[in-house]
Design a protein around this ligand. Structure first.
Ligand SMILES: *[C@@H]1O[C@H](CO)[C@@H](O)[C@H](O)[C@H]1NC(C)=O
Ligand SMILES: *[C@@H]1O[C@H](CO)[C@@H](O)[C@H](O)[C@H]1NC(C)=O
Ligand SMILES: *[C@@H]1O[C@H](CO)[C@@H](O)[C@H](O)[C@H]1NC(C)=O
Ligand SMILES: *[C@@H]1O[C@H](CO)[C@@H](O)[C@H](O)[C@H]1NC(C)=O
Length: 731
């Protein structure tokens, strides 16, 4: 097959409808943060970032949401403000980080202000020498403000590290004596993130910084792995918390006595805010926590009275997709005693908050591929089964508990990039704001463009599949099928991107795999939550171990057959399959097997083709768990599900994307896949980004990604006449 040389297809030709979601529109439309609520629950702040294609610039504004009316207005400050904490003398007082510092290049400043005042008059209260972030603050009984922030810190003296002031070393070489040379998108350097504490003393002239910031991790003994908080690359201020009296800090760090490439373990520590005593661990070896709790910890949160600390921990010491269990520690000073809460609950929470009366925990956890809120009494016994009080129709991204014990939820769905609503157990949802009613780019998006169904698999498990329809969908017509095999996506709440396949991809908004936008290309789009997915019970998740190309593959075939025989508007003779990360691995597995012949074309983003080359990755615990062993002792486990072993069967046209900065799945995987397909004479295209990672995030790069992939899938099902030549390097 020869690619036709033709004029570049304009996006307008690809999308002939008015008022439908376009690639440019989706990428430029406002991206809104979660809502940050003030003490009385009257106001919430959030950021909104839009993109301008003409100037190639994004711009961020801060918005104030009136929680009672749902009305929004622009806050009196702009994008130089990077973070805001509601704190101070009035209900509308704030303390914020200004991302600039006139005195120190690369530093930041702290300001106080009152957004409720007639004129906005901020006061500079501290000049900080490094790019501190992750601000949390508490007003103490004396009226001072105790705060914590984080920054990279030097290992030798514990001081905050300012890359802009650092002198460049004379060599670019770096020597490693232990693995974890690089991680996700970063080569490991000597500096580590640390939590710093500081005090703003209250005086007649307002607040002023009292003394230096103190590195709360500095000096803690680490026999194998250096302490680091937040845990990189997905940790943030959710990895630490300041007690309500401002006197004690809880933070989490990877286990200091274990090698970090093959262990997921992390522990929570308590340390006085003034760093007068060395930190003491709440869980981990020698603590009062149950022996079986050995894995990753998450979400330490103080109770309103400061006497308890709730947190999450996995059992498995090297299994990143194990179930997170709930714990509450009774705290005295920096010592604590741990109890399990609702220990048998077969759900894996990602975040939690205490209710204002200190009785219950409101816990965010995934159920059937959408993150919901559950109520759990803080002392619930093992057999307690928590109930969700938010529904499946939106996917929760964050929440706050208002003083009237309603949750203010920030969520998304395939039809809205952001929805804010309030809800409490037993009451109905009150929508305050939804982006699809405001943003012109999202105009016409409605909840009825998504549905789901269940099919029983060979193990007797029910497999859920989500379906996305294009605008003006007509069930009497026939649509080509886009069979999207999901990947590792940012988990709604904690932005944890676990390796996939242990994840879900369902009814949420994504700027990278926006399935509603895929449908808009003229397809009915499905995503199957195959065996190994989270949110259907831990046993179902665990079943993918040593089974990568096994049950997940037969689940996909089951659903495909179901669509073929039962869904008249889906034309399975014109189907394509696409996936990223594990989804790309599965696409390559399908390519090497009979199921591959059901598809007109395939799309593979940053995934593996060569399982035996697994040790080029960063987190060894992941592959050693999923393949149940090492490649030298248990090589057959790796070979069993190796797409490369079936390369002689590759024959379906495939589009491959891979980027140099992906240290999770090395670039060599994408290049191998492409070289094999070319060598076999299978129509194939390779899209390479030198400056992207496991994800493509730059908007112009993303535009090329979308145009290239959408044209590829449309061409092979007969919707486009030609393959575009935009960006093609001809040899
Ligand atoms: C941020 O800091 C700069 C100086 O570094 C100052 O000019 C600007 O007014 C500040 N903005 C706000 C909103 O504090
Ligand atoms: C983890 O790796 C270290 C070497 O980095 C090794 O000594 C240790 O035995 C490994 N532990 C496990 C549980 O695989
Ligand atoms: C809880 O989840 C179930 C299952 O998805 C759903 O049917 C129910 O409506 C949810 N409960 C509430 C109160 O939204
Ligand atoms: C392999 O599986 C066995 C049985 O489930 C388990 O006991 C063992 O810990 C596993 N090994 C690894 C490296 O996951």
């Amino acid at each position: 097959m020869a690619f036709k040389r033709a004029a570049v297809l304009a996006v307008g030709i690809l999308l002939p409808f008015a008022n439908t979601l376009t690639i440019e529109g989706m990428l430029a439309a406002p991206r809104r943060s979660t809502a940050n609520v003030n003490p009385s629950g009257k106001w919430a702040l959030f950021t909104s970032t839009s993109y301008n294609w003409d100037t190639s610039k994004s711009s961020t504004t801060w918005q104030l949401l009136d929680v009672a009316s749902g009305k929004t207005k622009e806050a009196p400050f702009g994008s130089e403000v990077s973070e805001v904490v509601w704190i101070g003398k009035t209900d509308t007082s704030i303390l914020y980080i200004n991302g600039t510092n006139d005195k120190t290049a690369g530093g930041v400043t702290l300001y106080t202000a009152d957004v409720g005042a007639k004129t906005f008059s901020p006061t500079l209260v501290a000049s900080l020498e490094a790019p501190f972030q992750g601000l949390k603050a508490v007003r103490t009984t004396s009226g001072d403000i105790n705060f914590v922030v984080n920054s990279l810190a030097r290992w030798d003296d514990g001081s905050a590290y300012n890359p802009e002031l650092a002198t460049a070393p004379s060599t670019s070489g770096a020597i490693y004596d232990a693995n974890y040379i690089r991680h996700w998108d970063t080569y490991i350097a000597s500096e580590r993130y640390a939590v710093f504490s500081g005090k703003l003393a209250s005086g007649k002239q307002g607040y002023s910084l009292n003394g230096e910031l103190k590195n709360l991790l500095f000096g803690i003994k680490a026999t194998v792995t250096r302490l680091e908080s937040p845990v990189q690359p997905f940790g943030d201020q959710g990895d630490y918390d300041l007690s309500p009296d401002g006197q004690t800090v809880a933070f989490l760090t990877k286990a200091p006595e274990l090698s970090k490439a093959n262990h997921t373990a992390s522990y929570i520590y308590l340390v006085p805010h003034d760093s007068s005593k060395a930190a003491v661990s709440v869980n981990g070896p020698g603590s009062s926590a149950p022996q079986h709790a050995k894995g990753a910890s998450a979400s330490p949160r103080w109770s309103p009275d400061g006497k308890k600390l709730a947190y999450l921990q996995q059992d498995g010491i090297s299994y990143e997709s194990d179930r997170f269990k709930l714990y509450v520690a009774a705290v005295q000073g920096i010592n604590s005693k741990v109890s399990a809460v609702a220990a048998d609950w077969d759900s894996s929470p990602s975040s939690l908050q205490w209710t204002p009366n200190g009785k219950n925990l409101w816990v965010a956890s995934e159920l059937h591929a959408s993150t919901r809120l559950f109520v759990v009494p803080h002392n619930a016994k093992s057999s307690f089964v928590p109930k969700n009080f938010t529904g499946p129709d939106t996917n929760l991204a964050g929440f706050a508990i208002l003083p009237n014990e309603r949750a203010l939820v920030s969520a998304s769905a395939s039809w809205t990039s952001r929805i804010f609503y309030t809800q409490s157990p037993g009451s109905s949802k009150k929508v305050l704001f939804t982006a699809n009613e405001v943003d012109p780019e999202l105009k016409g998006l409605k909840p009825d463009s998504v549905s789901n169904f269940w099919v029983e698999n060979d193990d007797g498990d029910l497999i859920q599949t989500f379906v996305f329809y294009p605008t003006d969908f007509d069930p009497k017509k026939k649509y080509p099928l886009a069979f999207v095999i999901f990947n590792c996506i940012h988990k709604a709440l904690t932005v944890l991107c676990h390796g996939g396949p242990q994840s879900t991809q369902a009814d949420g908004w994504s700027t990278r795999w926006n399935l509603r936008l895929w449908a808009e290309q003229g397809f009915v789009v499905t995503t199957v939550q195959f065996t190994g997915s989270t949110s259907y019970g831990q046993e179902f998740t665990d079943k993918i171990q040593s089974n990568w190309g096994g049950t997940p593959y037969t689940d996909l075939i089951k659903v495909f057959e179901h669509l073929k025989h039962n869904v008249p508007y889906v034309d399975t003779d014109r189907a394509i399959a696409a996936g990223a990360s594990y989804g790309c691995y599965m696409t390559n597995w399908i390519q090497g097997h009979d199921f591959g012949r059901e598809f007109k074309a395939l799309v593979c983003h940053n995934g593996k083709v060569n399982q035996v080359a697994a040790y080029a990755t960063d987190e060894l615990w992941f592959i050693e768990h999923d393949a149940n062993g090492t490649v030298w002792n248990d090589r057959e486990n790796y070979e069993l599900w190796d797409p490369l072993a079936h390369a002689h069967n590759f024959q379906t046209p495939e589009f491959i994307v891979h980027s140099d900065g992906d240290y999770r799945v090395s670039i060599s995987e994408g290049i191998q896949t492409f070289n094999i397909l070319q060598r076999l004479g299978v129509p194939s295209r390779f899209l390479h980004f030198p400056d992207e990672t496991h994800w493509v995030t730059n908007r112009h790069n993303s535009l090329l990604w979308h145009r290239g992939i959408f044209n590829w899938i449309r061409y092979w099902v007969g919707l486009d006449e030609e393959l575009i030549q935009e960006g093609v390097v001809h040899q």
